[in-house]
Design a binder for this molecule. Structure first.
Ligand code: GDP
Length: 427
């Protein structure tokens, strides 16, 4: 009854969508377990290029059931849009289920996200403004509305009224914004209920049955471990749990079912939004990586901050997730850079440290200690065999493997499914 977790090992955007799409060929279920439509996963195949924000990246494999777990917060309009987009290109969406326990992102969450971020001024977190954080706040505050609530609108109405009264007091009183009427919000709930009803299900049962039948489940992480609410660079984090523990809670999955934890790492580092990034390159090299790799957010279009590979941060991710296999993506982006640099430790207050600090304030004071390796000129883009990699690229990958302390299973050399070097089979 094996489940395999695909976890972002850095600050997100590691290329998990491609990896999930590649591995899903051997899976029965692909499940999202955390985050919302602040995540954006890109899949390229013969049907086109797709940026998914909610639908799991395994949807293109006909044998795969795609599950959105209770740990995800769902903007119904975004989900319906993605479903329609898939139907247009002839993908069968009957294999999609969304948990009746998953919380809704309501229109007031989106408005409050923007108003709160504006009020933070220069301390802005750099949220994507999609209402994800406020929806998780209401979940923890027991003011949330779940997809299952859409199945009984009569029971929902008095609760919705009480919640909306409270939200409107904040919107008008604190921020001077425009209140929502109960009628407009209720009408939207009615519309969502009608269209989403066929997809709403107790997905923990689907997962349990799959496990009982010995089927294979791929857990699709969103964002990265360093954005985890508890284990990331707080407060510059997301409001959910991208780490592997989040998969158990966000899906109703027993930890004993998780057989493999695959950490996905880009061959360099990026971060979008605020917060410290020790290896950030604010020079021409950073610009060259950004332009070569087109490092602009899938969800927001914002330029990503770019830097060299940070092995201190990556090792920390390996530790908090128990990563036992690594996936290296976007190696091709480093073609032609001389030298290639790896941050192996930090200098903090005059001392060399090898551990990732627990506070963003301390991390901001860290400067990288670099190890330089020779670069390579022969392109790696599109290669599918280890032996075809230039020796310097092999050496770079081997050194990362050593620093991470776990074996490399895959190297991705391009955005397409086939542009992959399989070093070990996932089993
Ligand atoms: P995710 O959120 O981790 O799924 O990452 P994104 O989808 O936001 O970003 C990854 C981007 O990199 C997408 O545009 C992918 O098509 C692309 N990508 C994935 N793997 C590779 C790779 O090995 N090389 C290159 N050049 N692009 C890749």
């Amino acid at each position: 009854m094996p489940a395999y977790a695909i976890i972002g090992g850095q600050w997100g955007d590691e290329g998990k969508g491609k990896v999930v799409d590649y591995l899903a060929r051997d899976m029965h279920i692909v499940a999202r377990y955390s985050g919302g439509n602040n995540a954006g996963h890109t899949v390229m195949n013969e049907k086109g290029q797709f940026a998914f924000h909610l639908v799991p990246s395994g949807i293109f494999w006909p044998q795969v059931t795609c599950v959105i777990g209770n740990g995800v917060v769902v903007d119904p309009d975004v989900l319906l849009n993605e479903i329609e987009g898939l139907q247009k290109v002839g993908v069968d969406v009957h294999r999609l289920q969304v948990s009746d326990r998953a919380h809704l992102i309501m229109p007031y969450h989106i408005l409050l996200d923007r108003l709160e971020e504006e009020a933070r001024g220069h301390r802005a977190i750099g949220t994507t403004g999609k209402g994800v954080g406020p929806a998780y706040e209401d979940k923890a505050g027991r003011r949330g509305i779940r997809l299952g609530d859409l199945l009984d609108l009569e029971a929902l109405l008095p609760r919705l009224k009480a919640i909306l009264d409270y939200k409107n007091r904040i919107i008008t009183g604190v921020y001077g914004g425009r209140p929502f009427t109960l009628e407009e919000v209720y009408e939207r709930c009615r519309g969502w209920a009608e269209r989403l009803r066929p997809f709403i299900a107790p997905v923990e049962i689907t997962v349990r049955q799959a496990l009982a039948q010995g089927q294979r489940i791929l857990l699709e992480g969103a964002q990265g471990s360093l954005l985890d609410l508890d284990h990331g660079t707080y407060p510059y984090v997301t409001s959910s749990y991208p780490t592997v523990g989040g998969a158990c809670i966000g899906l109703g999955l027993p930890p004993s079912a998780v057989q493999g934890v695959l950490g996905v790492f880009k061959a360099y580092t990026t971060r979008v939004g605020g917060g410290p990034l020790p290896t950030e390159l604010t020079d021409a090299t950073g610009d060259a990586i950004r332009e070569r790799a087109w490092e602009y957010g899938t969800t927001t279009g914002r330029p990503r901050r770019c830097g060299w590979f940070d092995a201190v941060a990556a090792r920390y991710s390996v530790m908090v997730n128990g990563v036992n296999m690594a996936v290296l993506t976007r190696l091709d982006v480093l073609d032609g850079f001389h030298p290639v640099r790896i941050c192996t430790a930090y200098r903090l207050n005059g001392k060399v440290v090898e551990h990732f600090p627990s506070s963003a304030a301390l991390l901001a004071k860290c400067t990288p200690v670099y190890e330089d390796l020779p670069g390579w000129d022969r392109p790696t883009a599109g290669l599918t065999r280890w032996d075809d990699l230039p020796p310097q690229a092999q050496r770079y990958a081997k050194r990362l493997e050593e620093l991470l302390g776990c074996p490399l299973a895959l190297i991705s050399t391009g955005p397409h499914r086939h542009e992959t070097i399989e070093i070990r089979r996932i089993n």
